[in-house]
Design a protein. Structure first.
Length: 107
């Protein structure tokens, strides 16, 4: 399995554009701008965001006795949301929590 980061994609894109410029004999009017671009959700992202998610959002879980009880969000789920949605992870978690609260609500 190959895992590529955003910086890997940025570097690969820059290399591809540079190769196209060289191959095509082009003369660009400006330098690379992708290093300064932020992805959606990147503005409010913080490496510790997953801890905030896991503490603030409830996930319904089945207890050992079979009873459904509220519990904290699993760390792996919080990390996934944080890495996938960045600063928008709070919104995604809030939507998921609302959807689970209303059984007749279709999300």
């Amino acid at each position: 399995m190959v895992i590529l980061t955003v910086s890997s994609f940025t570097s690969m894109a820059e290399d591809a554009v540079n190769a196209a410029i060289t191959y095509g004999g082009l003369s660009p009017s400006n330098s690379c701008v992708t290093k300064e671009l932020r992805l959606i959700g990147g503005e409010e992202w913080d490496p510790a965001l997953f801890t905030v998610l896991s503490q603030n959002y409830v996930r319904m879980k089945k207890s050992y006795g079979g009873k459904i009880v509220p519990g904290v969000m699993d760390t792996s789920v919080a990390k996934h949301l944080s890495h996938s949605y960045g600063g928008l992870a709070n919104r995604v978690a809030a939507i998921a929590q609302v959807c689970k609260s209303f059984s007749s609500f279709k999300c």
